[in-house]
Design a protein around this ligand. Sequence first.
Ligand SMILES: Nc1ncnc2c1ncn2[C@@H]1O[C@H](COP(=O)(O)OP(=O)(O)O)[C@@H](O)[C@H]1O
Ligand SMILES: [Mg+2]
Length: 485
Amino acid sequence: MSLLKRIGGSQSQGETPGTGNAVVASPAAPVLRSGQGDGAPATGSSHTAPGSATGEMSQQRMLELSLWIVDRILSSLSGQQELKRSPEVERQIQEKFTGAYRQSGVNLTDDQTKQLYDMVMDELFGFGPIEPLLRDELVTEVMVNGPRLVYIEQKGKLTLTPVRFANDDHVLKVIDRIIRPLGRRIDRKWPMVDARLPDGSRVNAIIPPCAIDGPSITIRKFSKKKLQVEDLIRFGSMTPEMAEFLRACVVSRLNIIVSGGTGSGKTTLLNVLSNFIPEEERIVTIEDSAELKLAQEHVVRLESKPAELDGTGRVSINDLVINSLRMRPERIVVGECRGGETMAMLQAMNTGHDGSLSTLHANTPRDAIARMETMAMMAGMDIPVNVIREQIAAAVDLIVQQTRLEDGSRKISHITEVQGMEGDVVVLQDIFLLHILGKTPEGKVMSELRPTGTRPRFSSRLEASGFKLPPSIFGATVPGQKRSW
Ligand SMILES: Nc1ncnc2c1ncn2[C@@H]1O[C@H](COP(=O)(O)OP(=O)(O)O)[C@@H](O)[C@H]1O
Ligand SMILES: [Mg+2]
């Protein structure tokens, strides 16, 4: 009886193992046991339905078979430690694949054989089961919560996929494959790692004992195509009037903070704002991992660096902000303020480096002020909180709040002026606001972006830079203004 006939009974996609099958990813525990004395694979077969058709082979069985073939290919290629993709290597692998496939005794359709071959190649040269998700341009994030649950983000929405790993060990192998070429490592002693793939995607991996339900991977994919201001207007994330206003603010060298939650579109908006900086100005960008893509030529890009294996050699965002001040910057753009660098950034903004831009994690503009206070305290400079607050009020001119709505859309919910201090309080004045009006039957959030009717106090700075913004930009409801759904 062929392997397929013996294992083809289950139709359920990715059933949990443990129904008589051992696991395949670890050579110590092969799933596909020697069946016919010639090394042909077999599985525990107590539950199989004899005579079932080829088309019924479950994803789980395909995965097991692909890993069995990968093991065979790797053991026959032993000696060639690092497998490098080349036409010659591919030819060898194809040959070995065919041999192993024949030996398995499985009889697949052409489509399934092609699928099996792709799975084997993804295992050998890519990141295994999640490789097709990484290739899919519509997928923006991939999240592996242990071997059985793989989620993706598409159009701002999270969905569970049918993708499965064989077991924890299989996920660990993929993590190893991701981080080893980057010179990083992960183990029980330090069970988490942040890394960046060669294409710019950001990876975090965390494994047991800290990840209780199995090794987890989070990949924020780097989108080659950055959204432009026209895209954000088209999506209804901002109105043309808001875009015009923001351009005037950037060119007029206002210090701007983009605030928002994770994945709310902060970096995207920072990129759009940075692209408003006039071509002739010298820009220094500072990021944990270079995501910004500026159209200007005169840009120096700096990236922080984790510590070496011996724990030394870390270069933080704070170090880079301080260093950048000696680089004659006309603009400093910091990807995200997360800690003590906020103090350096505020001091830079207050000492002539105006026109600086950054993002931070907060849910409202008022929150953003509180966050900045807390983060500036992290610099450990022993400065009283009211002095820090005054520095914030003096340094920051504008807070732009990004929000990810329930339906996955991203919008600017506030454009807020920081007007100064009144007593102990930082005075904020909203210039544009998002109004939520309701929900369509399909679950789309209906909203409208409106000016509040208040002209910012810094209007004269915009005018001094040559921007004569008509009062209608700041006016109350603009007649006939397009709604954003
Ligand atoms: N206004 C927007 N409309 C639609 N998608 C957006 C918008 N802004 C950002 N995105 C997408 O959302 C994802 C997260 O954006 P990003 O700017 O990296 O968020 P953050 O920096 O807040 O974590 C990206 O895939 C990006 O392309
Ligand atoms: Mg970001």
